[in-house]
Structures are given as C-alpha cells and as structure tokens.
Design a binder for this molecule. Structure first.
Ligand code: EZ4
Ligand code: CO
Length: 409
C-alpha cells in the first residue's frame, strides 16, 4: 500500500481543531489529531509545508519507521509543534493499520486489559453550595472520580471555574481558550489560594463521604515549597491526585514536593517527549502520567512511556480536555484499554457540534468509557460539517499578580 494523499483539515465547530487525513492507494483513510491550543496554525503549516511531501508514496504500514524518520530527519527534535505534527501522522497510520486488519487499535496494542476506562469528570463552583451542586451533577452523570476547582476570595478570574465570570466578561465553562484578538489577562494570588483550598476540600469530603475520588489541578502555579505545603495540607482529604503542582519544565522540583507529602502527584499534559518525564518516573516522583497522545507524539510513544512507567508502578492519567480532539481522545483510549498500568482517563465530553464533525464509536456507560469496536480508531471526519466552521483566532488567558508581574497560568 502507498500513501497517495494527505490533507490538513482545520475546523472550528466550537473551538479550533487540526486534523490530518491520510489516504492510501486502496482508498483506506486514517485520521490524526494535531490540535495545539492557541497555536493551531503553526502545526497546520508544519504539516502542510514540511511533512505532507515526505509522506506521499510511503508505505502506511511502517508506523515505527515513519515515526523515527520524522523525529530524526527533522534534526530539531521535540517541542509541542513538532510532536503534535508527528502525533497526527502516527495516529493516522494506526487508524489505517486497524482498518486494514479489521480490528480496533487496542487489539493491535495487545488487546483489552479491562472492560472500559474509568473516567473523571469536572466540578467547580464559586461557593460551596454551587460546588456541591456541581459535584452531585457529575456523580449523577456516572462519574465516581471528580476534579474539584473552586473560586478563591480575592481572585477575580480563576482557571477551571465554570460559572465564574472571567476577565473577558464571558463564562468559559472549562474552555479556557477564548476567541479574542489578544490573550485575556487574569489575576492570581498564591497565598490566597493556599489559605482557601484546604477548607474547601474539608467541606467536600465531609459532604460526600470517603468513597468519592477527588482530584485537583494546580495548573503549574506553585513553587516546590508551596506545592509541598498544599500536598501536606490536603492529606487528610485523601486526594486521588494533585495535578501540575509546579511548572513542568523542572523535573527536580518534584523531589522537594515528594519528600514532604503522600498526596499522589500527576503531571505531564504539556510534555512532548519521554525525556520530559523519565526522571519523574525512574525516581518515582509521580504517580500518574498526564501526557496526551496529541502532544506526546502519538500512540506509539504513549504506549512506550506507559510500558516504561509500569516498571515503577506509575499509572496513566491521560489529559482529555476538549482541546484534544475526538481523534486524539480515541487514540489514548485505545492505549488505555491495552496497557496494564491504566489509572484514570479524563473525560470532558465534546460539544454537539464537535461530535457532528467527528463521528465517533465511543460509548460512556456508568462512568466507563470505551472506544468501540470499529476497525481503527473509531472516528470518521464528516468533511461537509467540518467545512461549515472556519478557523477562528483564539488564545489561552495569562496571569498577572497584583503588582503587574506575569505569573504562570
Ligand atoms: O488548561 O487543555 O487538566 N487540564 C488542563 C487543561 C488545559 C488546557 C490547555 O490547552 O489543565 O484545561
Ligand atoms: Co491540567
């Protein structure tokens, strides 16, 4: 078989998505997700200008060789743009291989290790009553693990709080990228956050009892010492994980955090290669790998990093926000089905319009997600629907402290 056409499709049903479509001379097609939130067109250009010409006439069966060729021949390795582009190619080739074999991709990765993927949902509130309602809503929806984000007195616009009026004056309902010409400025105060959060978790634990798995995302905002203190303060409330407690560039930061707390740690949504996470795994500084298929180079490296992590009893907790497209979500669901050291899958659910553009075989029953048994990834692109929604510039917000200093967002 030969690759005869490669298309880059940019569509914006409710947010921007970049999708790669690979077509073979036998008419088999494969899809890959190349969406990089707020920087979408850079990956689209990388693919169109530099990758598509290299794929034409290649044998789509040689997934590992193609991955290594794109990774090594580019010379400038790693980085989110490069790795999202390579990820899209990798996913599309796995999709094709599955369709040719007549099997869902998880079968090609070793078969099912479980009936489905345990997931976590998202709850948030401006105050405790609103937060409790939101948690009840997620529980009724089938989630037995829930991420809890809360407003903090003194902070106007806070990441992950759906009902809160954001700095732009709009609600962003977990969709932090906003369709504005410039990034929206938000505010932040670490001391206020550290004072407020433990009381919220105490109240939530008291209200919902010991069973419910509770998670929290620190979104890279703390120093190692602050993160260590938060981890310690939250120990009585038995978190399932504390995510992204420090900025992710510095793996050594987690050593200090780890020495001080037994709160489980998850990190990795901004990582794009195994080299970003290998010390965290070998030194057993984390418990969950948050990498996403889309930003980590695809299915092949995600399966490899999880096999490596298994040696150290580190589990998966793949990043599943709405900016990972249904194709990217499917890719990591197949990995999650196959690996032994699956932990928990984030599931945010895409909008109806997005689901009309990406027709999916996934099912979500009683909190268990399953990619379906269609050959390949189980996602087809409805190109007519996709063509209805042109790209719209959108940016993630950023933070400034009270004195005007830029802070991690
Ligand atoms: O801010 O995906 O855990 N989830 C997150 C996300 C990220 C966005 C950035 O594109 O931190 O909401
Ligand atoms: Co996060």
């Amino acid at each position: 078989m030969k690759i005869v056409a490669v298309d880059v499709v940019v569509t914006s049903p409710t947010r921007n998505f970049v999708t790669l479509k690979v077509t073979t001379d036998e008419g088999v097609t494969g899809l890959g997700d190349a969406t990089l939130n707020g920087r979408e067109l850079s990956v689209a250009a990388y693919l169109k200008e530099h990758v598509v010409p290299l794929l034409l006439n290649r044998d789509p069966a040689n997934i590992e060789d193609t991955w290594q060729f794109l990774y090594r021949s580019g010379y400038w390795r790693r980085g989110p743009v490069t790795m999202a582009a390579i990820a899209a190619v990798d996913m599309a080739l796995w999709d094709i291989k599955g369709k040719v074999a007549g099997m869902p991709v998880y079968q090609l990765l070793g078969g099912a290790s479980r009936r489905g993927l345990s997931t976590y949902g998202h709850a948030s509130g401006r105050d405790l009553p609103e937060l409790f309602d939101s948690i009840r809503h997620e529980k009724e929806h089938g989630f037995s693990a829930i991420r809890v984000q809360t407003s903090v007195p003194g902070i106007t616009a806070l990441y992950g709080v759906a009902a809160q009026t954001q700095a732009s004056g709009e609600r962003y309902d977990y969709e932090p990228a906003q369709r504005t010409a410039l990034p929206v400025e938000e505010d932040w105060d670490t001391r206020a956050y550290l004072r407020h959060l433990p009381g919220v978790f105490e109240a939530v634990r008291h209200e919902f009892g010991p069973d419910l798995a509770l998670l929290h995302d620190g979104h890279h905002r703390m120093t190692p010492l602050q993160a260590a203190r938060l981890g310690k303060d939250l120990e009585p409330y038995d978190l399932f994980w504390l995510e992204d407690c420090t900025p992710a560039e510095n793996q050594e930061a987690l050593r200090l955090v780890r020495q001080h707390t037994t709160t489980p740690l998850a990190i990795g949504e901004v990582f794009n290669s195994i080299y970003d996470i290998k010390d965290l795994i070998t030194e057993q500084l984390i418990d969950y790998v948050r990498c996403a298929s889309t930003h980590f180079g695809g299915i092949s490296p995600l399966k490899k990093v999880m096999d490596f992590a298994a040696v150290y009893q580190v589990k998966s907790g793949f990043h599943g926000p709405t900016d990972v497209s249904p194709v990217g979500l499917a890719a990591q669901m197949h990995v999650g089905m196959a690996i032994h050291n699956f932990g928990l899958q984030e599931y945010m659910e895409h909008s109806e319009r997005t689901n009309a553009v990406f027709e999916q075989s996934l099912t979500f029953v009683d909190g268990l997600l399953h990619p379906g048994d269609q050959p390949g990834l189980g996602v087809e692109l409805n190109e007519e629907e996709a063509a209805k929604y042109a790209y719209q510039p959108a940016y993630l917000p950023y933070n400034r402290l009270a004195d005007g200093t830029v802070h991690d967002w």
